[in-house]
Design a protein around this ligand. Structure first.
Ligand code: MV4
Length: 451
């Protein structure tokens, strides 16, 4: 396919739609954006040369409607579809429909998405490839009795997870045998309700781990690049709040092994595109374990871009179009430290209730090492229909403390009036002694909120 006939359809909204639009422009590729009726007056739609409405405000009537997106591509002569994150990004059926319609899906193959979407199957594949996994069931646990038997053997605490899950849904911890029956029932019910599949698998529960994820980038010629790790341990109800690269406490020898494991994971899944291999790191033992692999561009990809100097979205599009990766691993060197803070339209004082509404004033911080990915503008009305992400502040510094200081200063400068945001909450978190020391784990934010 000649470069000139390529046209990318952007099947997303908000800050990520803008980010993809920028990448298309940098590559000199024409693009077209789809939007819902609620998003007509958004920045990505205004900035795009071409845009097409695909339905009413609810995502179920627009951004999740595969047939309308495909129709939009055919009507406008698009040749490729970038799904962004969320919506259809990790739906193997959608990837399949795209290729059946002769459209390039900017992402991995439907087969890879399918394999990695089944968390138990993914784990089995990784174990076979020599990637460290948490001790647990081989695949699905068929009954509560089987779970109880296995848990006794492995030792408590254990965790039950939905095979089709992710993001913490359909997950229950049992601290002892007494808690197992209820954990099994509630995890299965939540899995059934959330994913239409009640299947569970079981693992030893790792106490107070770090969430460390490795960014990889693979082309269709078998070349795999590892672009370092991100520490995303600071989460609230499985929503990431702060992400940084590198992880402040990962020993260099462990880091090397983790990168090797991530590359092995990519090869085992025959994976092409950008992907994230998620590990739990246990500081007390220095062990790390494969959790799952995310087959999409992630919200927090900019921290990796800042440290590695690579436009990940442009690279993702290029490998999807069949280009060879232009870098060798040995040519790439990480530099300094990057921190991302998510700013949401939520009220921390009201249990992070969404706060849609009109943005009366918007000031973006700047200066060396400061980047803001946002679709906001003065007068923009944040709709109530979608996720509440308003802006990502990403900063870079020569070391962690300089990056942290830069993030605090930039958050003080960032001004969003009219809607309540999490900016001040995030600033306080960056100044919390636990964050300053790098002494936290996946439960720390919840603990701080309960104090
Ligand atoms: C775990 C775990 C402890 N032990 N698995 C949560 C979402 C999914 N990605 C994996 N998750 C966890 N799996 C074992 N065997 C703890 C978590 C976990 C967690 C992981 C990453 C970030 C935040 C978290 C918050 C609570 C629990």
């Amino acid at each position: 396919m000649s470069e000139t006939s390529v046209k990318i359809l952007i099947a997303n909204r908000g800050e990520i739609a803008l980010r993809i639009l920028r990448a298309c422009r940098m590559l000199g590729l024409p693009s077209i954006i789809v939007f819902s009726e609620a998003d007509r007056d958004t920045l990505p739609v205004r900035l795009a040369k071409e845009a097409i409405c695909i339905g009413s405000a609810p995502a179920s009537d627009s951004y999740l409607k595969a047939d309308r997106i495909i129709a939009a591509a055919e009507l406008t002569g698009a040749t490729a579809i970038h799904p962004g994150y969320g919506f259809l990004a990790e739906n193997p059926r959608f990837a399949e429909i795209c290729s059946d319609c002769g459209l390039t899906f900017v992402g991995p193959s439907a087969e890879a998405i399918e394999l990695l979407g089944d968390k138990a199957a993914a784990k089995a594949t990784m174990q076979k490839a020599g990637v460290p996994v948490v001790p647990g069931s081989d695949g699905v646990v068929a009954s509560e009795a089987e779970a109880a038997r296995l848990a006794q053997k492995i030792g408590y605490p254990i965790i039950l997870k939905a095979v089709s899950g992710g993001g913490g849904k359909g997950m229950r911890v049992a601290a002892d045998a007494g808690q197992l029956p209820d954990a099994f029932l509630t995890a299965a019910a939540e899995a059934k309700a959330g994913f239409g599949d009640a299947s569970l698998y079981l693992e030893k529960y790792i106490v107070a781990p770090r969430h460390v994820e490795v960014q990889i980038l693979a082309d269709k010629f078998g070349n795999v690049l590892c672009l370092g790790e991100r520490d995303c341990s600071l989460q609230r109800r499985h929503q990431k709040v702060v992400e940084e690269s590198p992880c402040a406490i990962l020993p260099d020898d462990v880091r090397k092994k983790m990168y090797k494991a991530a590359c092995n994971a990519v090869q085992a899944a025959k994976y092409v595109g950008v992907g994230t291999v998620e590990f739990l790191f246990e500081p007390s033992t220095k062990n790390f374990y494969f959790m799952e692999m995310n087959t999409r561009l992630q919200v927090e990809h900019p921290v990796t871009e800042m440290v590695w100097g690579i436009d990940l979205v442009a690279a993702q599009i290029r490998v999807a179009l069949g280009e060879k990766l232009p870098w060798k691993q040995s040519e790439l060197q990480p530099r300094g430290h990057a921190i991302e803070v998510r700013v949401n339209a939520e009220d921390p004082a009201r249990d992070f209730a969404p706060c849609p509404g009109k943005v009366d004033f918007f000031h973006v911080p700047g200066g060396p090492g400061v980047r803001v990915d946002s679709h906001l503008y003065e007068g923009y009305v944040v709709p109530p229909f979608y996720d509440s992400l308003l802006a990502k502040l990403i900063v870079h510094g020569d070391n962690r403390e300089l990056a942290r200081n830069r993030a605090v200063c930039a958050l003080e400068e960032l001004t969003i009036e009219g809607v309540t945001t999490t900016a001040e909450f995030a600033r306080a978190l960056l100044e919390n002694e636990k964050f300053v020391r790098g002494d936290f784990h996946t439960g720390t934010l919840q603990e701080l909120l309960q104090q």
